[in-house]
Design a binder for this molecule. Structure first.
Ligand code: GUN
Ligand code: ZN
Length: 437
């Protein structure tokens, strides 16, 4: 269209602040207009106000009846585990041994990796997820295959090569220096290459030597705008293992702290078995907790403690953790996190859950202004939700009397079927079968 500009009329919801802690956190336009130019947000607001700003010659696409929200952000997911989702095991450590390691072995083959990456990205987009923090495997080929596919689609993705030089099968092992060297080469090749961003990715403390952890911390200091991702305090057996491997450390999280791995853009998955001193360090260092409810319930790992995390204002984000997680859908992830919070005595309004899955994720990654909401100039990554996607959703949303009720229905009843279409950098990257463009 003229000037590479598009305009979409629909209901619009996005956030400018965190509804759990700040006033006037969301913007809601029941009859809204989203104007996109050259892949970025030009404006989002009321149709009646903005329609005059639509450039001449640009026709307004009419999507009334749908809800536009920013693309979902999944802050922790393993693309190589796609093919082993829903694999049974009695807990994290046997699950890793029985399913994860043999599955990840196959990613030495770049063609296999590329095929899985294509399916994985298709599935994310079907679910409305436009940005994810992704674990590859120990093989650099797995990273190259993933980023090549993401770059082809011009998606905003974060990913990295797993670092793992002990306590794992020989066929998945790197070395302390070799793994760091490969990571640095991948940073130079992919970080800020188009929309691709690199995450330094020690799998978790038990599978790295002290030397590898030290070098990972040094690499993170050398490249301060890269991301860093790992697992912490997911499972009590794992916590006990870490205590035996690192007897001098005050806590599991303290192992990472000791090696300089707590900093902005560090994403710690799970954070279930932390104490208040750990939580204070999360807040002080602007490290974020990535909450993975479907995984934690599936593997029986435990319940994330919202009351304690809120009391310490720990930076928080939401994630699927596929293949430990059981759904690619951030809506299904909201459904589960709602119940996890309830069991711990915390009530999560749907507005807060939608914030966590959008702007909250972006903030936890220091990407506010780039993704996560419709601030002018932000990348136009967004989703159109269909309140009539299923007979039950249609029946329930037809009776909603508030925005909160509508969002709650999407969170509790929604999944990939509720996502009519997905856009990345202004371009449609998914449309549900039977939906208009
Ligand atoms: N801890 C170390 N590796 C993994 C993994 O692949 N999945 C999960 N859920 N936890 C881990
Ligand atoms: Zn994980």
């Amino acid at each position: 269209s003229p000037q590479d500009c598009q305009a979409y009329r629909a209901s619009i919801l996005h956030f400018t602040a965190d509804p759990a802690f700040e006033e006037r956190a969301h913007a809601w336009h029941e009859d809204g207009l989203l104007i996109v130019r050259e892949g970025r947000v030009l404006a989002a607001g009321d149709y009646a106000v903005l329609r005059a700003s639509v450039p001449e010659g640009v026709s307004i696409e009419d999507h009334r009846g749908r809800l536009i929200v920013p693309g979902f952000i999944d802050t922790h997911i393993h693309y190589p585990q796609t093919d082993m989702i829903a694999s049974p095991a009695p807990g994290l450590l046997p699950w890793l041994e029985t399913y994860t390691f043999p599955t990840e072995r196959k990613f030495l083959d770049e063609e296999h990796a590329a095929e899985v990456a294509r399916f994985f990205l298709d599935e994310l987009l079907r679910c409305g997820t436009t940005t994810a923090m992704v674990y590859c495997t120990v093989h650099p080929s797995s990273v190259n295959a993933f980023f090549a596919e993401s770059e082809k689609r011009n998606l905003r993705m974060v990913a990295g090569k797993i670092l793992m030089d002990r306590n794992c099968p020989e066929f998945l092992r790197d070395t302390a220096e070799g793994g760091i060297r490969e990571s640095e080469e991948l940073i130079k090749k992919w970080h800020n290459n188009g929309r691709q961003l690199y995450a330094i990715t020690p799998r978790f403390a038990p599978t790295s030597t002290e030397k590898q952890l030290r070098l990972a911390g040094e690499l993170a200091r050398e490249y301060p705008d890269t991301f860093l991702q790992t697992h912490v305090a997911e499972n009590t057996d794992e916590v006990a293992w870490v205590k035996s491997l690192f007897p001098e450390s005050r806590s599991y999280l303290d192992v990472y702290d000791h090696y300089g791995m707590m900093r902005p853009r560090a994403m710690y998955a799970h954070c279930i078995w932390l104490d208040d001193a750990d939580r204070r360090r999360m807040r002080e260092t602007a490290s974020a907790a990535s909450i993975c409810p479907t995984s934690n319930l599936f593997l029986g790992s435990g319940l994330f403690d919202f009351a304690k995390a809120d009391a310490m204002q720990v930076p928080m984000a939401l994630a699927t953790d596929v293949g430990g997680g059981t759904s690619f859908s951030m809506l299904q992830t909201m459904n589960e996190v709602y119940k996890v919070a309830r069991l711990g005595g915390t009530y999560l309004p749907a507005l807060r859950m939608f914030h966590m899955a959008t702007l909250g994720g972006a903030r936890s990654m220091q990407l506010e202004g780039t993704i996560g909401n419709f601030a002018p100039g932000a990348e136009a990554d967004f989703v159109m939700l269909d309140p009539k996607a299923t007979p039950l959703l249609a029946r329930r949303t037809g009776r909603c009397e508030s925005l909160e009720e509508l969002l709650f229905a999407f969170a509790l009843l929604g999944d990939d079927r509720a996502v009519a279409s997905t856009y990345s950098a202004g371009r449609q990257v998914h449309a549900r079968a039977g939906q208009q463009a």
